[in-house]
Design a protein around this ligand. Structure first.
Ligand SMILES: [Zn+2]
Length: 222
C-alpha cells in the first residue's frame, strides 16, 4: 500500500478529532487545581493552600502547599482525609455533606494544649459551644459571657475530634439553616464526619502549626 503524505495528514486529523472531545471532557469534568495554585501564587495575602480533593464515598486526599521565596508552591503534606458521609456540595444543615468551595480558616481551637499554632489558639473549656441557635448561628460562644441555653455543639464533649481543630470559613454570614460548625478536625470513632473534614491527629497538629490567616482551604471534586 502506498502511503502518501496527504493520507498520513488526514489520518492524523481524524484521530485528533476523535481524541479531542474526550480530552476536553476530562478537562471540564475535574477541578482545575493548577488554576487555583496560579490564582494564589501572586497573591501576597496567601501563604498556604490546603487542597481537599474529594474522591467519592466520603474519602478525600488533603494536600498542604507552602509558598517559597520565589512564589512557588511546595507540597509539604499529603494525607488521607474524610468528608461528610454524603460527600461534598453541602446545601443545608443536617445533610451530612461538606461544603464545596474556597474558604479561609477563621479559628484554631482544641481540647488539648496549644501545639504551637500559627493562629491564636483557644483551649476549649466546658463553657464553649459552637452555636446552632438562630440568634448566634455558626458562632463560637462562651456561655459564661454570653449566656443562653445553647443547643449547639458542646465542644469539649468531642474528645477525639476536637482534640485539635480549625474552623473553615463557610457560612460566616450565619444564614440560619445553611450549616454551622464546619471544621477541619481529627478523626473521630468513625472516620467520616457530619459535614466537616477529618484527618489523623498528627496531621491536624502539622496543619495548626503552619496554617492561619494566610491559608485558603479549597474543597472540590478531585
Ligand atoms: Zn446557642
Amino acid at each position: 500500500m502506498k502511503i502518501t503524505k496527504a493520507a498520513v495528514l488526514i489520518t492524523a486529523m481524524l484521530l485528533a478529532a476523535m481524541v479531542m472531545p474526550l480530552w476536553a471532557f476530562g478537562q471540564t469534568d475535574g477541578t482545575d487545581w493548577d488554576a487555583l495554585q496560579e490564582k494564589y501564587r501572586q497573591d501576597d495575602t496567601v501563604q498556604d493552600l490546603i487542597f481537599v480533593k474529594y474522591e467519592g464515598n466520603a474519602k478525600a486526599t488533603l494536600y498542604l502547599y507552602e509558598k517559597d521565596e520565589e512564589n512557588n508552591w511546595e507540597e509539604t503534606l499529603c494525607c488521607p482525609a474524610y468528608t461528610g458521609s454524603n460527600g461534598i456540595d453541602k446545601e443545608r444543615e443536617g445533610d451530612r455533606r461538606t461544603p464545596t468551595g474556597d474558604f479561609p480558616i477563621t479559628h484554631a481551637f482544641g481540647i488539648q494544649e496549644d501545639p504551637g499554632s500559627q493562629m491564636e489558639y483557644l483551649k476549649v473549656n466546658s463553657n464553649h459551644y459552637w452555636c446552632g441557635d438562630e440568634e448566634h448561628y455558626n458562632q463560637l460562644i462562651d456561655i459564661s459571657k454570653d449566656w443562653h441555653r445553647c443547643r449547639g455543639e458542646h465542644l469539649i464533649d468531642y474528645t477525639k475530634q476536637y482534640a485539635y481543630a480549625m474552623n473553615i470559613g463557610y457560612n460566616t454570614e450565619g444564614t440560619y439553616g445553611k450549616g454551622s460548625a464546619i471544621f477541619l478536625h481529627c478523626f473521630g470513632y468513625c472516620e467520616y464526619t457530619l459535614g466537616c473534614v477529618s484527618v489523623a491527629e498528627e496531621n491536624m497538629i502539622k496543619l495548626l502549626q503552619r496554617c492561619g490567616e494566610g491559608t485558603r482551604i479549597c474543597i472540590y471534586k478531585e
